[in-house]
Design a protein around this ligand. Sequence first.
Ligand code: FE2
Length: 378
Amino acid sequence: MNQKATPTLEKVVPEAEDFLPLLGTDHIELYCGNAKQSAYYYITAWGFKPVAYAGLETGNKETVSYVLKQDKITLVLTSPLNAGGPINDHINRHGDGVKAVALWVDNAEKSWNETTKRGAVSVFEPETRTDAHGSVVLSAIETYGDTIHVFVERKNYEGVFLPGYEAWNPSIPTQNVGLKYVDHMVGNVGWGEMNTWVDFYTRVMGFAQLISFDDKDISTEYTALMSKVMSNGNGRIKFPINEPAEGRKKSQIEEYIDFYQGAGVQHIAVATSNIIETVTELQARGIEFLRVPNTYYDTVLDRVGEIDEDLDPLRKLGILIDRDDEGYLLQIFTKPVVDRPTMFFEIIQRKGAKSFGKGNFKALFEAIEREQESRGTL
Ligand code: FE2
């Protein structure tokens, strides 16, 4: 146990004063080179369920989108149908990646008004889209890089996803892997830009920085990144922001920025209530995860104390453990899920802990160094 008295994560803004109340993550839209095949990957490997489709058959001449769901997580995979245009530009520059982090709100017009009046750059003004199932109000603002936030007001809508989409039931076999909801989404920004975006989320979105165990535990010698966690008022939306830092080697954040050609979403952390089952299933389906050396497990319980799970399956699967004042968490990171070393996923199971596992950075790097030392290559 290496933590001292640290402040706990608290509800940071009283709801009454929250000018941008967020109900949750509505969906995440990725721009992809080949959305049809990406959809197949997320359905078969990740256990998402096909939900909705928009494309030529539904009257979309420019784009095609596949909507997939697993419990509260909704992914939208979009490809352009023609040459040129902003989606092709996005893919050309960034490769496949997250374009929109869409936030579920009660009032998309007010969300747009409140944020743009505080300096947000508008992507599009509030607009109502209607079909036989009701109407949805959408608006959007820019955030870091080419990423945007879309505000989605869907209280008057009963359709499968959004107006313009039709139900999609392809005959692709799929089985849920137990993913429940988006726990947090991490943005990588360029050198010296972290505080700009911390300020953006504070001033424009009404978020506050979570003061947590993580901040006290950064070992700059090892981590080569700096990170601050921004949370909205009710704590449902958490956006850690990373920037590169000088370290022993090229920062993983710098590598991302080089390949993504700028700031963007680094990882999507998805929660499960049984990480052993979820990761067993994902590994059986070929999802590749980062592995820590086995020596990690020799000392991990000295660091985190008692846990409910047997260590053996955690070791076998490569699941990491961390603890803060409120409990512990289990987590594991995939390798990048796209060709460029950019976006990846984290699977997380919280058992009381509200932090993000920074204790594992040091453990991970120390474990690697012990391995190197034993081989005489340090
Ligand atoms: Fe994370």
